[in-house]
Ligand binder design. Structure first.
Ligand code: SAH
Length: 346
């Protein structure tokens, strides 16, 4: 049912306090409600038991609490969990819980669909339907934190913005969500445990540097040669590698924070020594780490994972140049939960 009432979680704490004063009540009532909404993730006004019945009714008359609903939870045989998350307007996004021996990582979505057009990514085929609101991002994290406690007996330890969408095309809401996730009035997580992954939007990387954000940056590079990158990530024609690189130089100067590059090696696309050299030239200006990620096929014959010998060219070339490199195996492939497979297929 559509409602004209306002989403109460769109209000800041100050606005909530002002609202109560405007109702002839005390401003601290706003703090109480804020705590229910964020720290305690209350999904109804009814649940706010330290408020009087009248106050709860008054809130009910004025606001709604738009919350997500985990429609379907799938568990992979490697322990990975994928949530299909229904939003208040019935659109669906996906988030993933990735467990290792010592960590639980949440991979969350920032948009319904995606604004960009990477040829190898299933989400790109959905197009962008809308940006997620801060509370919708926050709720995905809370849902995974709860699942981590339930199934693994520990709290969520890390968050990566590597689900659906391009986080830097929804920068303000992503920032607001991270503020809540890191605030003591939210989940109190350290920003150092949060990584925002971008396809590379230079203007926004500069903005992040100016904002002195404390979370980490990962760039999905996949090629350091313009012609190749444009052929697989067409927006690269507009946001060229030179521009991307200069924004990263700026980022590093301002934040001194190491940059991670995500990189898939495909057969016949970027599996040569020349391509590996170009990657070194691109990222050697600052401490960097390259994650060589496994390709997860999305029914597109143009893309095939390169053989291990090509991966080895990259590993050798990067290591020789003092660049940290890891080779990452995919998780959750059997439930379409791996990188680039999120497309609401179920
Ligand atoms: N838009 C952001 C975050 C979402 S994609 C970004 O581009 O970084 C998360 C990661 O999965 C990116 O590194 C992306 O390049 C990678 N990816 C996309 N499709 C993939 C596929 N089919 N196989 C492996 N990785 C893929």
């Amino acid at each position: 049912m559509k409602s004209d009432k306002k989403d109460i979680r769109a209000l800041t704490k100050e606005q909530l306090r002002d609202f109560f004063v405007s109702q002839g009540d005390k401003s601290f009532r706003g703090n109480q409600v804020y705590e229910w909404l964020w720290q305690k993730s209350a999904y109804s006004f009814e649940a706010m038991t330290n408020l009087s019945k009248e106050t709860r009714k008054m809130l009910e008359d004025n606001f709604v609490i738009n919350h997500i609903k985990v429609d379907l939870m799938q568990r992979s045989n490697d322990g990975t969990i994928k949530n299909a998350v229904r939003l208040h307007d019935d659109l669906v996004v996906e988030s993933v819980l990735i467990p290792t021996k010592t960590r639980t990582t949440a991979c969350v979505s920032s948009q319904v669909g995606c604004s960009l057009d990477c040829k190898f990514c299933a989400t790109a085929r959905l197009k962008r339907m809308r940006n997620l609101n801060p509370d919708e991002i926050y709720d995905q994290v809370v849902a995974i934190d709860n699942e981590s406690k339930l199934y693994f007996g520990r709290r969520l330890s890390n968050i990566v913005f590597m689900g659906m969408g391009e986080p830097l095309m929804n920068y303000n809401n992503v920032l607001k969500a991270i503020d809540k996730i890191t605030s003591d009035e939210g989940l109190g997580m350290s920003p150092k445990r949060i990584t925002v992954s971008t396809s590379g939007v230079p203007k926004m990387i500069r903005k992040m540097a100016d904002d002195e954000v404390k979370f980490k940056l990962a760039v999905s590079l996949h090629s350091a040669i313009d012609e190749v990158r444009t052929s697989i990530m067409p927006f690269n024609a507009k946001f060229t590698l030179a521009d991307l690189r200069s924004s990263l130089v700026y980022w590093y100067e301002k934040t001194k924070s190491r940059i991670t590059y995500e990189y898939v090696v495909w057969k016949g696309i970027n599996d040569t020594q020349e391509a590996a050299n170009a990657l070194v030239d691109f990222c050697r200006f600052a401490p960097s780490k390259v994650n060589l990620i496994e390709y997860n096929p999305i029914d597109d014959g143009d893309f095939k994972q390169a053989p291990d010998s090509a991966i080895q060219i990259y590993v050798n070339t990067l290591e020789r140049n003092g660049i940290t490199v890891t080779v990452r195996r995919s998780r959750g492939k059997d439930i379409d939960a791996a990188c680039g497979q999120l497309a609401n297929k179920q």
